[in-house]
Design a protein around this ligand. Structure first.
Ligand SMILES: Cc1cc2nc3c(=O)[nH]c(=O)nc-3n(C[C@H](O)[C@H](O)[C@H](O)COP(=O)(O)OP(=O)(O)OC[C@H]3O[C@@H](n4cnc5c(N)ncnc54)[C@H](O)[C@@H]3O)c2cc1C
Length: 476
């Protein structure tokens, strides 16, 4: 017979919220006092421990969750170490009856869940995991032939046909908590110090559940109706910017989904993007090698080659291609980048500069506040042309034409590349084509105030296509 005074652990992972939290609801329904716990584990994820920008976000999100729990009479217990050892230790320390948590789908998280089930059973404790990170568990959506999907459109169609996600539920009232000794978050060193490259992040973001809800409310009030038209314009607040909140589970995808279920083109375009998030997780679940290995096997020998000079210029937003530089500087300053600009900057790296996509993926991993193993890897493979549902390799974004189309007035470029602000619109996306007099009047000397392009887009395209042609010939 179970002792109802024994606590149960509510192991927080990427589900840092109270509302619409199946594991919390189940822990509450068990009648046991709840001991909320977060473990900073820099061992189990191997090379995919959270990067610098993600750690900044995590610090603030944990603080927000701790406050929210304290407001309800509880607390968040913080431990650092290998998850399996820390949980086993805490079970011993507190006599907890078992663990409740939300499921995660990265290969190392799935291994960990399997190990925990066995380990806890050996301690006489239970391990109960619940959905909530996604709308659908990745194994739930299958083709008619009972196989996983590798193309987005049929996958999304199957999602729309599946049992719709349950409506979100508020956090239960009357939560009863238990406690244990906790480490202090300030001792974890999650925030950058010297230099503090994240100093601008707080102006852009409010990590935590409250911030997530506020972001959703603002998006629904001001942007969702124009989403279909504005979502590709980087100079406009046209998208939700919910990605870091969704990544750490500060808001559930079901909450976002049901809020977006209004009847307009903006809404359906928006929900489709939530579908892309599901798809990326589906791909990673069924192909655990996604972050490192091209999905298309024929790409495993593609002649990408690292060039650290070009790569550093790209990372620092000093390529001399304004739209690419604007994106890379937005990323550095805010920890986020607009989706279209992610595609354009990624394309410039892997195609114009021919640098391996995994090096770009790694930079994004370290600098994005929404860095997500599945979405990042799927995004890079899509751009590189080696994913199964990817843009074909020979579709090469021209950053000048993209700029003229999606940043017609140059607002976005001028914001992030202020040295170009006096350049007339006609040349803002290709300053190297401006007549010397125009450059002089705008106060720009190329090579001094702003770089000459490290790879001129037309030349980059020709080189990328030549490499592609040669690769195809040698493969056939
Ligand atoms: C090279 C590359 C790398 C990327 N890396 C990441 C990453 O690490 N983490 C991440 O969350 N997204 C990533 N994306 C996808 C996409 O760029 C971001 O999700 C989006 O820009 C987030 O902005 P938003 O919240 O305003 O999106 P919205 O347009 O408002 O979309 C709503 C939500 O849908 C999801 N979503 C939208 N587009 C995509 C997509 N293409 N793939 C997966 N989910 C999507 C996000 O959760 C997003 O918050 C990447 C895309 C590319 C091309």
């Amino acid at each position: 017979m179970s002792d109802n005074n024994a606590p149960v652990l509510l192991w927080y992972r990427r589900d840092l919220r109270l509302d619409d939290h199946a594991a919390l609801n189940a822990a509450h329904a068990s009648g046991h006092p709840i001991l909320p716990l977060f473990i900073l584990d820099d061992e189990t994820p191997g090379e995919w421990i959270p990067g610098g920008a993600s750690r900044w976000w995590l610090h603030h999100s944990l603080q927000a969750l701790k406050s929210a729990l304290q407001e309800r009479g509880g607390d968040l217990i913080l431990r650092r170490g290998k998850t399996i050892d820390e949980i086993a230790r805490l079970i011993k320390e507190t006599g907890a009856a078992g663990v409740y948590c939300s499921r995660q789908y990265e290969p190392f998280e799935r291994n960990l869940e399997a190990q925990l089930t066995l380990k806890l059973a050996s301690q006489g404790a239970f391990f109960n995991s619940y959905p909530g990170y996604l709308l659908f568990d990745p194994y739930q959506i299958k083709s008619k032939a009972d196989t996983p999907f590798s193309i987005f459109t049929p996958f999304y169609r199957a999602c729309l046909k599946a049992e719709p996600p349950a409506k979100p539920t508020p956090a239960p009232n009357g939560l009863i908590f238990s406690s244990a000794t906790s480490e202090q978050i300030h001792d974890w060193g999650l925030l950058p110090k010297s230099p503090n490259w994240a100093s601008g992040f707080s102006n852009c973001w409010q990590p935590g559940e409250k911030g997530a809800k506020k972001r959703l409310t603002e998006f629904l009030a001001h942007s969702v109706s124009n989403y279909a038209d504005h979502r590709d314009l980087p100079g406009v607040m046209g998208t939700s910017r919910l990605s870091p909140h969704l990544h750490l589970g500060e808001i559930s995808p079901a909450t976002v989904w049901h809020a977006g279920l209004l009847d307009g083109p903006g809404e359906s375009a928006f929900l489709r993007e939530i579908g892309w998030r599901e798809f990326a997780q589906h791909l990673l679940f069924h192909r655990p090698t996604l972050p490192r290995t091209p999905m298309r096997e024929d790409f495993s020998d593609f002649p990408w080659v690292d060039n650290s000079r070009l790569r550093r210029a790209w990372e620092n937003g000093k390529t001399g291609i304004p739209l690419v530089d604007a994106g890379m500087r937005e990323l550095w300053s805010t920890g986020w980048m607009h989706n279209r600009i992610r595609m354009i900057t990624a394309s410039a790296l892997v195609k114009h500069m021919m640098i391996p996509w995994i090096l770009g993926e790694r930079w994004f991993w370290d600098t994005l506040v929404d860095a997500n193993l599945a979405s990042n890897a799927a995004g890079w493979q899509w751009v590189a042309g080696c994913g199964t549902d990817a843009a074909p390799y020979f579709r090469i974004f021209n950053p000048v034409i993209q700029g003229q189309r999606f940043d017609e007035q140059g607002h976005y470029v001028r914001r992030w590349c202020p040295e170009l602000q006096h350049l007339p619109n006609r040349w803002i996306h290709a300053p190297w084509t401006a007549p010397p007099l125009v450059l002089a009047e705008a106060g720009i000397r190329l090579g001094a105030h702003y770089p000459t392009p490290i790879v001129e887009p037309k030349a980059g395209r020709t080189q990328a296509l030549a490499a592609w042609k040669q690769f195809r010939q040698s493969a056939s």
